[in-house]
Design a protein around this ligand. Structure first.
Ligand SMILES: Cc1ncc(COP(=O)(O)O)c(C=O)c1O
Length: 365
């Protein structure tokens, strides 16, 4: 099949089409070198230029201050779950975690192997369908960890939660990085697996304050030290070169869209189309509380598992793929990251409307 369809996958996810086309060309020959991007040495000048350009656009896009490093690491966001406590938590230290879903829970459980974890807030009592408001902090926690967007449960912090300023804020932004403006200064570290908003899986973007890098443990394997990657500009070992190249093109594409402010408007606009329909629907119900809704992952159910399965099949026939919700929520999940086109959201609403006309009355009438 050479036609593309609407891909609502939660990740790996839809990529900007112009980037796919550029990557096709670069796979064959990067910038007229006669060697494809995957085939260039990471120590050669062609790839060094890719690295430099990628970092330059990333810094410009998110207004990253000079005392922050931009690193491209491997092992996915999940490796950061243990890498962070390994670097920053000595036994006896406490780190604060806000538990808003399966990913933050995993991150906290890894941290427990290195030090104490204090749960500053949790929404587990209602299957993570909201963001906790009552937060209680450890004084001078070694760091505070949050997950900005909860991919599985369809919730997203509207901005940074009001966290104490006496401990560095560390954020897993895997599923909403660069979907809106970000004030990097508020964070000690931001990390994101690329495969939702930035590029292919296999590369993790880490933005980290130099001060934190300098304070990190020295008695852990070199490969696990942020210092090693900062000192070697992500080329201590062979970095994920293709992923870095694609990420750079995605940064460039976001700039062409008008930058983070403009992409945030587009994302709000797309999500509004879907939430507006969901709020009026007699058949489909959003699963997240209204004030906690994600603009990236929209989760919804009919309340009848069989009908959900039927809807997913109907949508697939209509050229809408990847809508099955995560098993811990059930129902449907429409992942509508930066690169997902508004036309796809409109098409989804059309298909939902038609399905509701057929099945809604039987259920609610
Ligand atoms: C918020 C969040 N954190 C972490 C992960 C895990 O990322 P990875 O598969 O890159 O380890 C995911 C994956 O979906 C995620 O959505």
């Amino acid at each position: 099949m050479s036609e593309r369809i609407f891909n609502f996958s939660a990740g790996p996810a839809v990529m900007p089409e112009p980037v796919l086309r550029e990557a096709q060309e670069a796979l064959w020959s990067l910038d007229g070198t006669g060697i494809g991007v995957m085939e260039h040495s990471h120590r050669g000048s062609a790839f060094k230029a890719v690295l430099a350009q990628t970092e330059e656009v990333c810094r410009r896009l998110a207004n990253i201050p000079d005392d922050y490093h931009v690193l491209y690491l491997q092992g996915g966001a999940s490796t950061q779950f243990f890498s962070i406590p390994m670097n920053f938590l000595q036994s006896g230290d406490t780190a604060d975690y806000i538990i808003t879903g399966a990913w933050s829970k995993k991150a906290a459980s890894q941290a427990k192997q290195y030090g104490k974890v204090h749960v500053a807030g949790s929404s587990e009592d209602r299957n993570f369908c909201y963001l906790p408001k009552a937060l209680n902090w450890t004084s001078k926690a070694r760091y505070t960890h949050i997950t900005s967007n909860n991919t599985i449960f369809g919730t997203q912090w509207p901005g940074e939660p009001d966290v104490p300023t006496d401990s560095p804020l560390i954020c897993d932004a895997s599923s909403d990085i660069f979907s809106r403006p970000i004030d990097v200064r508020k964070y000690g570290m931001i990390y994101a697996g690329a495969q939702k908003n930035l590029g292919p899986s296999g590369v993790t973007l880490v933005i980290i304050r130099d001060e934190l890098v300098k304070e990190a443990s020295l008695d852990i394997p070199e490969m696990m030290q942020f210092r090693t990657h900062a000192d070697n500009e992500s080329c201590y070992n062979t970095p994920p070169t293709f992923g870095i190249y694609v990420m750079g093109r995605v940064f460039h594409w976001i700039e062409q869209q008008g930058g983070l402010e403009a992409i945030a408007e587009q994302n709000q606009d797309k999500a509004n189309v879907l939430y507006r329909f969901l709020d009026e629907s007699v058949l489909f119900k959003p699963t997240a509380d209204k004030d906690s809704r994600s603009l990236m992952n929209v989760t919804f159910v009919t309340g009848d598992a069989e009908l959900d399965t039927q809807f997913i099949a109907t949508a697939k026939e209509a050229g809408l793929d990847g809508l099955k919700g995560h098993r811990s929520v059930g129902g449907m999940r429409a992942s509508i990251y930066n690169a997902f086109p508004k036309a796809g959201v409109e098409r989804l609403v059309e298909v939902m409307r038609a399905f509701e006309a057929k099945h809604g009355e039987a259920k609610h009438g």
